[in-house]
Design a protein. Sequence first.
Lengths: 297, 308
Amino acid sequence: MKNRYNWLIHLILIIGCAIVMFPVVFAVIKATQTRSAVLTPSLVPGTEFFTNLRAVWVEASLWKFMRNSFVVAIAVTIGKTILSLFAGMALVYFRFPAKRFIFGFILLTLMMPTEVLLVPLFDLVSQRPPASWEAFWLWFRDPRHVFLEPSPFGFGWANTYWAIIVPFLASATGTFLFRQHFMAIPQSLADAARIDGATPFQFLSRILVPMSVNTIGALAVIQFVYVWDQYLWPKVIIRREDYQVVQVGLNLIIGTGEGVQWGYVMAGALLTLIPPLLVFALLQEQFMRGFALSESK
Amino acid sequence: MRDHAVFKSRFLPWLLLLPSLIILAIFIYFPALQTFVLSFYKSNLRLGTRRFTGFENFYNLFAGAFAPAYRQIFLQSILFSASVVFIGLALSVVLATFASQKIVGARVYRLFLIWPFALSPAVAATIFAFLFNPEVGGVNLILNELFGIKPRWLDTPWLAFMLVVGAAVWKNLGYNIVFYLAALQNIPKEYAEAAAIDGAGPIARFFRITVPMLSPMTFFLLFTNLTFSFFDAFGIIDILTRGGPVGYPPFDNAGMTTIMMYRVFQEGIEQGKSGFAAAFSLFILTIIIIITVFQFRYGSRRVQYGDN
């Protein structure tokens, strides 16, 4: 029945794929060419791929940017997953006062993306910490200081990993995802675990975590890609190259020198693309299933 | 609703929640409060001076000397977001629908279409920056050879605007297609088959069955794409145009690709006018809150036909 149209479907898909692929194919080809060939319209792959790769990796210190991005992305992904798991567990498997209020407190942060809070967050993270606990207490004990005046103190974390890790460790999305997932797990399992005398942590490690592989996988993919791709916050808070992440580092590579070495830059862009691509390829199934699960309610 | 709360402990739930609550309180709620507080101050990040000025920042924003620039930025931000969301979703739904047909090589097509999921704004912009470089970029070298023209992509107002939209759409295409493909798998085949027997052509089936059945996913993607165009597009703009170039009237009060988030960065960080930037942030925050409330309000309702 559909055979009549098959050629048209193929044609449209081929055009679509060509448009989607073209920029990156172009980048791959240019990353293999010699310095002079890069600046010509030639789309013939060259032989200089490893030369360009080595140049951007060593001379333009891409390795340093990549290392920093790995440290930050892995720390945030693991930290966020654990904290969301804990919070989700507390919200589902325990009874305590003000539960609805706490859930609301967490969920409300969805309305306040860190990007909009850029300026005060910059102050908070970069300003000098109070000289002593007394100084802090003197400020903190007066609500007028805390609620009505710009804060004079901060964490003094500019140019450190802390600045790009700690503010992102808690997640409303993750907590919400785990809460929904736990609610869908039959209650009899938790009852059985409790009757068998399992402690909450045994229940978490033996039952909840194994039953949540897809949700954890989905969250890990989303978080890793999100952190790896972050640009604005590291650009603002990290001013020393030694601690800069790769997304901003890439732009520093373009910026250095008179004539931009586009061959190097393309090689660097491709390297930057590989880690999230690998994570996505490896966890794609968990991602799809974990997501389908949370969507179907 | 059945109660899952089987464990009894007074302090354990708080222990589990505390790390998340502390981080959210310090790094979200406190800065949100500070945004509000700072918006009443005239402050200079460089000099470290702060002076309470009441509503002066808001006056400058909406009625004072800077108002025309901010009106333009607000307008072009809407235009930018609308273009990115509409073009992005339309392309994705069409490509995803074609790629989910039962044809030879569908898996390969899908693979080619979803990989940009891993693309970051900075990488997308870096590749575009080279591709559309007026002197040595691939596009102009080809255009020059064929037609003898070399458009100044990054300095011509509307071209720059379209280029930034194009880079943003390309960057987000993989993400949208992944989600549309997942949603398409869940649409029962019977609907399309029944419609085909009743004589509905492929185009009618697409608009009458596929698009309505996908509407919950479109609703979800509408908001993720909107967020993307508001915030994540920052990287694309910073690398490609840095907010420029200044447009033709009535777009001559600010750079044509300066979206709201980019202006916050320019004012608050580059110029160090954190009080003024906070006032503008508060305006953006209001928009975000309205959008989120709308999303929560209508998101739980099913925007779809079929079994409920």
